[in-house]
Design a protein around this ligand. Sequence first.
Ligand SMILES: Cc1cc2nc3c(=O)[nH]c(=O)nc-3n(C[C@H](O)[C@H](O)[C@H](O)COP(=O)(O)OP(=O)(O)OC[C@H]3O[C@@H](n4cnc5c(N)ncnc54)[C@H](O)[C@@H]3O)c2cc1C
Length: 386
Amino acid sequence: MTNRIVVIGAGPTGLIFSLLNATSNAFITLLESRPPHDRNSDMRALALSNSSRYILEKINIWEYLKKDIIPIKSIHTSQKGTFGRSRLNAEEFNEEALGYIVLYGDLMKALEEKIKKQKNLEVIYSASAQKINDEKIESQEVIVNQSKKLISHSYNLLVLADGGQSKIEGLDLKRNEKLLDHSAIVTLVRLNSPHQNIAFERFTPSGPIALLPNHEGNYSLVWTGPNDKIKKLMALDDESFINSLQNEFGERAGLFKSCQDRIIFPLVQSSVSKIKNKKIVAIGNAAQTMHPVAGQGLNTGLRDALKLSGLIINEGKGSLTEKLVGDYLSSRLAETKSMLKITEGLTTVFSNDFIGVNRLRGFALSILDCTPPLKKRFVRKMSYGK
Ligand SMILES: Cc1cc2nc3c(=O)[nH]c(=O)nc-3n(C[C@H](O)[C@H](O)[C@H](O)COP(=O)(O)OP(=O)(O)OC[C@H]3O[C@@H](n4cnc5c(N)ncnc54)[C@H](O)[C@@H]3O)c2cc1C
């Protein structure tokens, strides 16, 4: 029998999951509420790990994307107000790079091109999933608003890859949500010297600031902090914004010269604790959403996609049972939990401004810098999730 899989959400996770299923015995219907190409101008810089590179190679996207990718050869981490710092270099770990920067929009463009060529699949744009009917054991269906018409799609497995924000009637899902009250400003900045493939992470009492190498020697800036502060920073003119940034970031990367349009992203931390509906599984941000401090959101989501597609391909011509859903969930639980813990730890520990704690953290960064096995474990976790 041919299994029918409906995927809700053609963001990077939904698209990559569908491409990973090219050799499966399933027919995939991929539903996306927005029109095609709508997200191709998103300039959010994503730091992809070595495990994500492996996944993109597996679906033959890496070669195509190569011209848009910037390798990170070195990562400098520091903390405002202390001397503690850590520096990680790719050669120390026998890796070609510690990570790879790609813009969300560039990745989407490449994936949308690739998906057009896949045979066992249909992508329906401007199609928003509204309701799930799954009371009858013999038939499960999702009702979709497709260009103002309600259309039903039946499924043997429903994959939620909607980023975790949509409301779908009939979906009985429990989520652990932590209100972070933080948001992020993303923009492109130019300094007096080019990036030389170095990424910087600077911890400040109000939140981490990251500088990620981008095209033409520029950096992508991700400045996170409490909503009030971020709102005020958004309201500044470019010159005052650059001055505030220099003041918070210091001169470790050089002198800030200019910035482009600023975009704001609200930040949430959440994870699905239970889905009562049978034969529904969540992957990517729909399953867990984390602070971008360690650049792990999409990397974790792609490992979800790899695991789930592996189980589906292994099933061959067999039917996609609830056992498959159970096996998937138990195989991903430990990694998801630890990634959420790490990112939450990084944001709260470094945001604590008690007297003395600051010096201790500076000390911890120096210890990390001087202890090769610790560094190695940290890089392995960030690169491969293990
Ligand atoms: C500032 C910032 C920086 C980041 N940096 C990094 C980084 O360096 N590295 C990293 O790994 N991650 C990073 N992330 C996280 C990363 O962006 C997300 O993990 C990733 O985008 C999740 O992809 P997704 O496909 O799961 O969800 P999304 O990208 O949210 O896509 C979900 C899709 O589902 C569609 N959809 C929603 N509801 C419906 C519906 N009802 N019906 C049909 N379609 C629907 C939406 O239109 C959307 O296209 C960062 C995030 C932010 C905010």
